[in-house]
Write a protein that binds this ligand. Structure first.
Ligand SMILES: Cc1cc2nc3c(=O)[nH]c(=O)nc-3n(C[C@H](O)[C@H](O)[C@H](O)COP(=O)(O)OP(=O)(O)OC[C@H]3O[C@@H](n4cnc5c(N)ncnc54)[C@H](O)[C@@H]3O)c2cc1C
Ligand code: SF4
Length: 506
């Protein structure tokens, strides 16, 4: 491995891989440092006991909560980052999500960029990820410059029946945009082990397959796996990053570069900046505002199981339907945003053991066999005291202050109500815990004011002339849809800027 390159990218998730994709064939030498390895195709990819009950792919590390209690976070350190196990939902934020929005629990702040600015990059992100969907069906859909690259994944017959029933109730269910490669030439077989599982046949449109591998093929981008970045090093002024310190095969190495892109994920990027404190930057890098690690958000999410006691469901690919009827409220009944509802991957018995450990196994089997499984998601609002910090012993402390919980409870209650009306007499729910930071964001926010945000609107650190932070950390608000497509869109925008303005490549 070279000890000096033009550009170092830390992390190969959505943000890092999208930047690498933009810098392919730029003429610059680009090194991607990824702490994980490539996730191997193997039988246990689709083994629910291995993946859920034994958590075989989950990161083997402990974080600590605000009370100092350790927990094992739902983090996945592989080439491609968390997208190796993601649920493939690829929704754009609503145009209104980029402006200020009043919620029952407080104000969701405006972004420093508008939806119109990101629209072309959303389009490009959907193309690169091969997203399936159908424009014009989602009642809150933002303006689009074109259709989806592929038509919607067809519903399994039972889900088509549910969609019909919801329409009869006056709701507007729409095909959930997804990046499974279920089209001619694609490898997806629409199986029942997608959400939370790796794909055994490489059919998932993830950051490794859609962004990084094509970038590596260009020749100027190199990937180094098993490379744990511990620290960014500045020059004496503290203004310029000169190197990263990496642990590689148990050895410490230093790699120098002209430009650094930190894309370690919202939590780990904040941690790296804080751990890199030095005399010139005593509170951590990019942190003259004191905001690094603050405003951690993670969505309020609940699994909602709609049960038909006398019907055994045989659905395989369940994740094909969504509703935004209550995204901005519930008509005259409620004037504040509630959030998004979408189908989950099919729930199976081992997935219920954590929450329903008291129940006999046959009871959980029965539940999983008789349910259609939904995911209700409400916005988590930014709170400066909801934050990531580094403990004195170097450990990661995640003090998540959930916000806007009354709106989420109302969304879950509203979901249960319409599902009962749709013919599911029993509907139960379970809220996701802090151990599932799947939609982590907000910890290194971008903004127009350096006193309030570590990053400028192009994700460049205000405090350092050659550092960009490009992952879900830049979100000033979390909206109420899944984050990956928005991370990709902004990363493509930043990547274009780096290529044209920083590297002067055509
Ligand atoms: C189970 C699950 C399901 C999900 N489903 C969806 C979905 O359906 N739709 C959606 O939009 N989003 C989904 N998400 C969220 C989505 O995966 C993330 O929003 C997205 O991956 C964020 O991209 P990122 O670039 O911010 O970070 P990540 O994808 O987390 O990438 C960060 C990368 O940095 C590496 N890294 C971290 N620290 C270091 C270090 N110190 N040195 C070197 N490398 C480092 C990590 O190994 C990782 O590869 C899901 C997440 C999970 C866990
Ligand atoms: S649904 Fe398709 S993409 Fe998802 S795991 Fe199954 S085969 Fe892979």
């Amino acid at each position: 491995m070279a000890d000096r390159v033009d550009v170092v990218i830390i992390g190969s998730g959505v943000g890092g891989s999208a930047i690498a994709h933009c810098l392919a064939s730029s003429g610059a030498s680009v090194l991607v440092l990824e702490r994980g390895e490539r996730l191997v195709r193997e039988d246990r990819n689709w083994d629910v006991e291995e993946v859920y009950a034994k958590a075989c792919y989950k990161a083997d590390e402990d974080w600590f909560d605000a009370q100092g209690q350790p927990f094992q976070p739902g983090q996945f350190y592989y080439v491609g980052g968390n997208t190796k196990v993601f649920g493939t939902t690829m929704l754009r934020f609503r145009a209104e999500d980029f402006g200020e929005l009043e919620h029952e629990g407080g104000t969701s702040p405006a972004w420093p960029v508008s939806y119109d600015t990101l629209e072309p990059y959303y389009t490009e992100a959907e193309r690169l990820f091969g997203v399936h969907g159908e424009a014009g069906r989602d009642p809150t859909e933002p303006p689009r410059s074109g259709g989806y690259p592929f038509g919607p994944v067809p519903h399994d017959p039972e889900i088509a029946g549910v969609a019909d029933r919801l329409r009869e109730l006056g709701l507007k269910p729409f095909p959930l945009p997804t990046s499974v490669q279920y089209h001619d030439g694609g490898k997806c077989i629409a199986c029942d082990t997608c959400d939370g599982f790796p794909c055994k046949v490489d059919g998932k449109g993830d950051a490794e397959i859609c962004l990084l591998d094509p970038a590596l093929a260009a020749g100027n981008v190199t990937l180094c796996t098993g490379a744990m970045v511990n620290r960014l090093v500045t020059d004496e002024t503290g203004k310029r990053i000169v190197a990263v310190e990496v642990t590689l095969n148990g050895r410490s190495e230093s790699i120098e570069a002209d430009l650094f892109v930190l894309s370690a994920g919202a939590i780990n990027s904040a941690v790296l900046l804080l751990r890199s404190a030095n005399d010139a930057n005593p509170d951590g890098l990019a942190n003259s505002s004191g905001m690094v690690g603050r405003f951690y958000m993670n969505h309020n999410c609940s699994a909602v199981m709609a049960l038909k006691p006398f019907h055994k469901f045989t659905t395989r690919f369940q994740k094909s339907l969504s509703l935004n009827d209550f995204y901005f409220g519930d008509g005259e009944a409620y004037g504040y945003p509630l959030g998004n509802i979408q189908l989950l991957g099919k729930i199976k018995e081992p997935m219920l053991r954590g929450a329903l450990g008291w129940m006999p196994g046959w009871g959980r089997q029965w539940l999983a066999g008789h349910s259609v499984d939904w995911y209700a998601m409400s916005e988590d609002l930014p709170d400066p005291e909801s934050r990531v910090t580094v403990r004195d012993d170097g450990g990661i402390c995640l003090s998540w202050r959930r916000t806007n919980t009354a709106a989420h409870a109302r969304l879950v209650a509203r979901t249960k109500k319409f599902l009962r009306a749709a013919g599911f007499p029993i509907v139960v729910s379970q809220t996701f815990s802090k151990e599932t930071p799947s939609h982590q964001c907000g910890t290194v926010r971008f903004g127009d004011d350096p006193a309030k945000a570590p990053l400028d609107p192009l994700c460049k650190a205000y405090d350092h002339e050659n550092l960009y932070v490009v992952d879900a950390g830049f979100f000033p608000s979390s909206a109420a849809v899944n984050p990956a497509l928005t991370v990709a869109a902004q990363a493509l925008r930043v990547g274009e800027h780096l290529r044209e303005s920083e590297l002067k490549a055509s």
